[in-house]
Design a protein around this ligand. Structure first.
Ligand code: KG4
Ligand code: ZN
Length: 358
């Protein structure tokens, strides 16, 4: 056990993470030995809610307003100072170009001013690694990841950290996007996922049933846009009252959840792997979490999630992904620019961490 004096003499390995890819400004600090030191988040929900979805220009402007005050707050609440940092990680893509630009330019400016390395992080990799930040069972690749956010629905085989093989993805809307669009049809607020989940709790089971898209055919791809059409047709000509809203929300949530569970089970069988991790905003959905836990128990595999607050966008996951990438002995000399479109499979492996199987 080290004394405080000895600990203070050790060089700090603390990574600052910055997330501004969509409508949340998030910052986090990850320490090599102590883990997550703290994180701060400013949600733009109120700004976008009145427009029924994210307005990119408003998102960028709000990130500009919030990012540095949030950094001050993070330093104040954790006691960490700029001179304690060893590197900066920032979400470089995919996402809204103007929003990404704010984070990337902030990180580059701070890196230059403080003489620190800056690494660009893939937003979905940060989501994917988030469960490991809270993992007490020391989960190691290979495993399967179900990534379900507002922009992506993906099943990925993780061979090693940084080595991601897509197994299936949505051919149209992402699961979160479907939640958001159906919430709009039902006159519920933005973001739609939490609104539908809350309303669905009052819904009657079995009054409506929507299809489980693409589950009758083989394969691991998803399609959610047809569900939105089914909901629209179902609502046509009806008076939308509280009960109808709740019953439709429930049937819709069940359809999405069951589809995700069927495909996840299929991915576990196809790969023969034992661990599934779930990440991304829709991973906060309680029905999805309990259904996957049941499927895992029945199927003889294990499922892990980050705590609910770390399923949706946050700076902690970026700090953690950045910490792993900055440990990589390979130099990080790629030009750091926003990459609104960026495929997971384009990433390099994170050397020196996790299994080396490819
Ligand atoms: O990962 P995330 O915060 O941002 C993106 O990277 O897209 O995911 C946001 C998405 C939104 O579509 C939101 O409606 C959905 O996650 N979401 C949920 C829940 N909480 C957030 N969907 C279903 N149930 C929830 N509880
Ligand atoms: Zn996200």
């Amino acid at each position: 056990m080290q004394s405080d004096g000895e600990r203070r003499r050790l060089p700090a390995v603390i990574t600052l993470g910055i997330e501004t890819s969509c409508d949340d400004t998030g910052l986090g600090l990850y320490d090599d030995t102590r883990g997550l030191l703290g994180h701060v988040l400013a949600s733009q929900v109120e700004i976008h809610a009145r427009h029924g979805g994210v307005v990119p220009e408003l998102a960028s402007r709000d990130h500009v307003r919030k990012v540095l005050p949030l950094l001050d707050e993070l330093f104040r609440t954790t006691g960490v100072r700029a001179k304690d940092l060893s590197g900066i990680a920032v979400t470089a893509g995919p996402g809204l170009v103007g929003a990404l630009m704010v984070g990337v330019l902030t990180a580059r400016g701070l890196g230059w001013a403080w003489g620190l390395p800056v690494v660009g992080i893939h937003h979905m990799e940060a989501h994917l690694l988030a469960p490991l930040l809270f993992d007490d069972e020391n989960l190691q690749p290979p495993f399967v990841a179900l990534l379900v956010s507002g922009g992506h629905t993906l099943l990925v085989r993780v061979n090693a950290l940084g080595r991601y093989v897509p197994l299936g993805e949505s051919v149209d809307d992402a699961a979160g996007e479907a939640f958001d669009k159906v919430a709009k049809l039902l006159g519920l607020g933005y973001p739609g996922g939490p609104a539908i989940a809350a309303t669905a709790r009052m819904g009657e089971a079995g009054r409506f049933r929507f299809s489980r898209p693409m589950t009758r055919q083989p394969g691991l791809d998803f399609s959610f846009s047809g569900l939105k059409t089914q909901v629209r047709d179902m609502l046509a000509g009806r008076r939308i009252d509280e009960q109808l809203r709740a019953d439709v929300a429930r049937a819709f949530e069940e359809a999405v959840v069951e589809t995700l569970v069927i495909k996840s089970q299929r991915a576990m069988t196809a790969t023969g792997l034992r661990d599934l991790i779930v990440a991304g905003g829709v991973g906060a959905n309680r029905r999805l979490r309990s259904s996957l836990t049941e499927a895992a128990a029945a199927g003889g595999w294990r499922v892990g999630y980050p705590p609910v607050e770390f399923c949706t966008d946050n700076g902690a996951m970026v700090a953690f992904a950045g910490h792993l990438r900055l440990l990589d002995p390979e130099p990080h000399n790629e030009a750091l620019v926003p990459r609104p479109r960026w495929e997971l499979r384009e990433l390099s492996s994170i050397r020196g961490v996790g299994s080396s199987t490819s």
